[in-house]
Design a protein around this ligand. Sequence first.
Ligand SMILES: [Zn+2]
Length: 217
Amino acid sequence: MSACIFGHANMPFEPILSRHRDVMISPADNYKGFTDLATAQVEGTDYRVHVRANVGSTVAVIAPHGGSIEQYTSDVARDVAGADFNLYMFEGIRHAGNYAALHLTSHRFDEPRCLELLSSCDHVVALHGCAGDVQQALVGGLDEPLKAAVAKAIADLGIDTRLRGHQFPATDPKNICNRGRRGVGVQIEMTMALRLHGPREAISAAIRSVLLALATV
Ligand SMILES: [Zn+2]
């Protein structure tokens, strides 16, 4: 499973799988939870988990599809958290096929170290990446005030930012962004175009400024 076949013209399976991931069944689509993922994939070889708890903070910044699963979401999460907030990243580190093998969908994401961290947090911001040729940020989750503040901060950068009417509402209570101790959180989906060509550092700083203001209230 972990052999690197990416780029071999005579073995086109993985490139095809990733190109048509919306219509093809990938292994990760069958995972009912982290236990299934952990049975099929190897920590340290296929994925790694990074937790940096910050005892003084009740804010968590998470990238549940980090590393090579949804590119650049780890970078944004790390920058948003800085040295101030709790940070959790589940990162794909396979040579290829990270999304297909490791994308445990958000309402089934129950990795124990993440749940443990969130159990002591009031505010959760989850960073994700979605497809899309237009630079957009699609904001969801059940934490309405924080959603609005984060969306405004990103929109103020001149980025097309949507709070509703998009395909990632993240209103399922089991969505990992809503599993902090208040049962609400924020999910930010960044399109591929935004992650590749947008002002990632400015986006991180904007989200971070909202969370810093929150922490001092
Ligand atoms: Zn995601």
